[in-house]
Write a protein that binds this ligand. Sequence first.
Ligand code: SAH
Length: 395
Amino acid sequence: MSPHRPPATDPVVSAGPQVPVELTLTGPPGLDSAAGRRPASRRPPRHLADLPLAQRRAAVTELGEPPFRASQLSRHYFGRYTDRAEDMTDLPQTSRDALAEALLPRLLTAERELACDDGTTRKTLWRTFDGALVESVLMRYPDRVTMCVSSQAGCGMACPFCATGQAGLTRNLSTAEIVGQVVAGARVLATGRVPGGPGRISNVVFMGMGEPLANYASVLAAIRRLTDPVPEGMGISQRSITVSTVGLVPAITRLAAEGLSVRLAVSLHAPDDELRDTLVPVNRRWRVAEVLAAARDYTAATGRRFSVEYALIKDINDQAWRADLLGSLLADDLAHVNLIPLNPTPGSKWTASRPADQREFVRRLEAYGVPVTVRDTRGREIDGACGQLAASAAP
Ligand code: SAH
């Protein structure tokens, strides 16, 4: 993609919910596209979103600027969602050019943008500075706007029903690469390019590519950046952030001790170890009982209910007895089950459950007093639904 492409208006038009729409990219505004640079190191360049405000002040001082410039820059980035020096008219011209270049490098370049659901679901394929591809999805609902973000390029957890899991792990994303996905979504929303008028991101779910708890330090810092108030961060409520994990028990325990009130979701997908060993291979290390015990401890420490994610796969994990087993495991918990009709990945031998089996699964869980919801399949037509994020750049 040419960094010199002239800005185009973004036609969020959709021919209906079933037809994905390729959106015209507005081109990376401001700094040159990062895609052309090929540093030897695979560490993304330093960005202010990698640093807490105190360290941003130190970095600004090192550049010979007064420390308060760190807050000014941060307000532009976290409050007005811009990294373009020319937007920062409260800074002297020479300072803003130098500061933006040093602290606001463009880390993600939009490679493709697709919309469906009449433009209220938008998936972006991003290219990182070293050529890795990651995806994020913005979903606007009547009462909220959720950004689904990636925490890794690829994923090492190898769940056989998940498109990302099939591709393996490329690398961890940096804090700023994670936060940048949300800032980009916030920018698009604020400008009114998403039908429904200008809006704000209310929720963030770590349910894009990657296992967030396998990239613990960057994800934790990203949660702080997302939730600390402007100018330290973006000011999204901790309660509106969901970290979804395959069940890395020591990391769940660690997260519980951070003093946060983010929501935890555990991807169970089977109530019995025998099947879960296949569906979520990391189960061979941490069993169902250990994962649930860690989730309960998380709830005890944070006061937040945990959610259990369960992709319903026809004739694999959707039997009535498994619903009963899951219900009995969770009957005494402050837990909520989120059933996800399987989004079949290309070449998958598995498919979503029959509607009658799904209904029976719900009914049985409810009989144990377990709250259940069935997740909508937003973004399906643009391969933006759960487990479909595979970062293919092919048109
Ligand atoms: N690594 C994290 C985030 C994964 S994506 C985790 O495992 O929780 C968020 C959810 O989508 C997970 O529960 C994941 O198991 C589920 N998922 C993955 N592929 C899917 C598919 N093809 N259909 C339905 N859900 C899927």
